[in-house]
Design a protein around this ligand. Structure first.
Ligand code: ATP
Ligand code: MG
Length: 528
């Protein structure tokens, strides 16, 4: 018996090479090359294995059209001419690759060979399939006349299997990566604070909103125990992030909601509503706690505002009404015969208190108009020097204890403004200057102009305002707490209205003051 050793030797070498190629591809797959270079590698090896000069790999896209994903032995500009091979590709009919073939393959080859001007005479097509899903197709071409043998097909199908797995894995990975990116983005950009804790309550994820609330940048917060970053003070003493005290049970189902105050850097606080949702694994072990933090300071403030409103208003209304009623009742007593002076003084009180009521009611109406955004201005040419002089004259009569000075330059310009509203601003500022310098003293009103704006100021030498309070003066109903405040009347609306009016004109209002040394309020109006 004679053996043809050259044939056996050739077959052995061929098998060896084939193994090497497959090994290289497996290595490349585990080395996680990006998909397109991996496909190119597979195609290149497949073509070389079966001595094909040219190769193509096309993948099915989402819209089920096929697109070329890798090529071998071809310049890129020729790729569009392979279009005839990318249409009417059948699905796997009975779920197996064996029965699969592309109709009119030889005719398509003829079309393509003519279009590209290459002597492509032989073609073999293999499906890229995982289970019964067709992911794409591999074509290998030969220039010579030798047809592809069943053995060649066999070799190629193992490459096709590898490519199919690579494609499927890459797609799964891409989908997961996209999904993760989407989830990360949702968490990161959520307007509420979000934090994910591990079972030991260390921070695994903290989003932008919560970083801003706590003042902890994500880089420094990650990995820390929750209580260090999120110091929630809860009136009910119930906090999952606390270290001391009895361990708090996270609920087995659903979530836990608590409200509390969050300490912020710089000593400020916000009121937050926090939802803790535990995540358990299949064995019932706690894996994560999802923490949602919602800033509810504004709701709290709104609630407090409502109750302040009611108490301030009832107090401020009651005082003048009871004075008016008291004086009127005394005057009309039948058994008394009042002298002229007493009647005059009593009527003066009644008039003054009615004025005060009137101002308060107007202020309240304006405040609600501002809130509703319907504060209207009636603009006209305004001579601020004249207006300030008139307002000051009124105060000279009403509160003669103070020394009033006017300090406007002779060439102070006219501005375009609503005279009645600016009168209100000046009256409020002068009213405050007088009210908050109870021992009398100088009150100065003046101004200057630059190219763009005029600036007006009202200065007193009264009790002044502590620096920490100055930011809040212009808030609705805000009054600085002092013994004088408790003695003076006021709803805390004056400066709020001044600010709204000045800003509606496009100006700005601010204060400069030192406690005990008086206060100067400034406001600007644009020159038009
Ligand atoms: P209203 O003006 O509604 O009658 P009010 O005078 O208390 O009440 P605002 O004019 O808004 O309210 O002033 C708010 C607070 O700012 C005052 O309660 C007072 O504590 C402080 N304040 C305002 N002006 C002065 C000032 N010139 N000197 C010292 N404190 C002032
Ligand atoms: Mg006031």
């Amino acid at each position: 018996m004679r053996y043809d050793f050259t044939v056996i030797d050739y077959q052995l070498r061929q098998q060896l090479r084939q193994r090497e190629y497959l090994l290289e591809i497996s290595r490349a797959m585990t080395a996680r090359l990006d998909l397109s270079s991996l496909l190119r590698l597979i195609l290149e090896n497949a073509a070389e294995m079966v001595q094909g000069e040219v190769g193509l790999m096309a993948l099915r896209e989402g819209d089920s059209a096929f697109r070329i994903a890798a090529s071998y032995g071809l310049p890129a500009r020729l790729l569009p001419r392979f279009a005839p091979l990318l249409t009417d590709i059948p699905y796997l009919s009975d779920g197996t690759a064996a029965a699969w073939h592309i109709p009119d393959l030889q005719m398509r080859l003829g079309l393509v060979a003519r279009a590209v001007g290459l002597p492509l005479h032989q073609i073999v097509a293999l499906p890229l399939a995982v289970e019964d899903e067709l992911l794409g197709v591999i074509y290998i071409f030969r220039a010579g006349s030798a047809a592809f043998s069943p053995n060649d097909q066999q070799v190629l199908s193992s490459f096709a299997d590898q490519a199919a797995i690579a494609v499927r894995n890459a797609r799964l990975y891409e989908e997961m990566a996209a999904e993760k990116k989407r989830l990360d983005a949702i968490i990161e950009h959520s307007a509420d604070g979000v934090m994910i804790l591990d079972a030991e309550r260390h921070i695994q994820v903290i989003n932008r909103a919560l970083s801003a609330m706590t003042g902890w940048p994500a880089e420094s917060a990650l990995g820390r125990p929750c209580y260090q970053v999120f110091s929630l003070q809860n009136p009910q003493g119930f906090d999952l992030c606390q270290t001391g005290g009895p361990p708090v049970d996270v609920p087995q189902e659903g979530s836990l909601y608590v409200e509390g105050n969050l300490e912020r850097p710089g000593g400020t606080r916000i009121t937050v509503g926090v939802t803790y949702t535990p995540l358990y694994d299949d064995g019932g072990r706690l894996v994560n706690i999802i923490v949602n933090v919602h800033d509810i300071s504004r709701f709290r403030e709104a609630e407090e505002m409502k109750s302040t409103f009611i108490s301030v208003i009832s107090h401020e209304l009651k005082t003048p009404v009871s004075l008016i009623k008291g004086y009127a009742g005394t005057l009309r007593r039948d058994d008394a015969n009042w002298d002229k002076e007493t009647v005059r003084e009593s009527l003066a009180v009644i008039e003054e208190e009615s004025d005060r009521l009137n101002v308060l009611i107007n202020n309240l109406l304006d405040a609600s108009r501002i809130q509703a955004g319907v504060l209207k201005l009636e603009l006209g040419d305004l001579d601020l020097t004249r207006l300030a002089t008139k307002v000051v004259e009124r105060f000279r009569v009403q509160s003669p204890k103070h020394q009033y000075q006017l300090d406007f330059p002779g060439d102070f310009p006219m501005v375009l403004a609503d005279e009645e509203r600016i009168r209100e601003v000046l009256s409020n500022l002068l009213g405050n200057a007088v009210k908050y310098s109870p021992d009398g003293g100088p009150v100065r009103v003046g101004g200057w102009a630059d190219e763009a704006n005029v600036t007006v100021y009202v200065a007193d030498q009264g009790i002044g305002i502590p620096a920490a309070e100055q930011g809040r003066l212009f808030h609705r109903f805000y009054r600085v707490d002092s013994s004088l405040r408790r003695k003076t009347q006021g709803a805390g609306l004056g400066l709020f209205l001044c600010k709204a009016i000045v800003e509606a004109h496009g100006g700005r209002i601010w204060v400069r003051s030192e406690e005990g040394k008086g206060a100067t309020f400034f406001f600007t109006l644009p020159r038009g």
